[in-house]
Write a protein that binds this ligand. Sequence first.
Ligand SMILES: C[S@@+](CC[C@H](N)C(=O)[O-])C[C@H]1O[C@@H](n2cnc3c(N)ncnc32)[C@H](O)[C@@H]1O
Length: 197
Amino acid sequence: MPADEGLALYAAAVEAARLGLPLLEIGTYCGRSTILLADAARRADGDVTVLTVDHHRGSEEQQPGWEYHDPELVDPRVGLMDTLPFFRRALHTAGLEEHVVALVGRSPRIAALWGGRLGLVFVDGGHTDEHARADYEGWAPQLAEGGLLVIHDVFPDPADGGQAPYRIYRRALESGAFAEVSAFRSLRVLRRTGPGV
Ligand SMILES: C[S@@+](CC[C@H](N)C(=O)[O-])C[C@H]1O[C@@H](n2cnc3c(N)ncnc32)[C@H](O)[C@@H]1O
């Protein structure tokens, strides 16, 4: 995530944290965006926690042979990516461990277990239609009214990138349950305004 998009995410998180509810991220990776959310949680008046979900095995485009693969993130003992130790180190270095609960597993499985309301849902997990749809369907209904849905990598023009995040962004708006708050590069911020997600 470029720094300016990160700042837009941070501004949304600061606003959402005023609701005093947990801030949920799908797609921890090595913790860059988690740190932004965690700092917003730390600054909040209430006791706000960031929940961050990832199986830590990487998305499709991060696997060997693909564009975003980083060989340093492969655990040689199991021959698979493992971003969890890198994430933990980054969070510790930032001094933000106490504000974050890391949930290690597949997003739909965790969404099915979560029963509480959320102040923010940041969707930055798998970028296939299957994954983006499951993230939207699993987590968006758990957003409190007034809470923010933030979607990364929204590209209206297919020439700029994959369409799955754009499709859930359109679906959220067409549901009538969300209103757009801001758009910065590929980051979209929507506010939940009603039922019917
Ligand atoms: C684009 S990266 C996240 C980047 C991160 N938000 C940042 O800004 O640094 C996507 C992450 O989503 C995770 N992921 C993909 N599909 C997932 C799923 N179904 N459940 C949990 N995590 C998933 C991958 O393991 C990967 O770490």
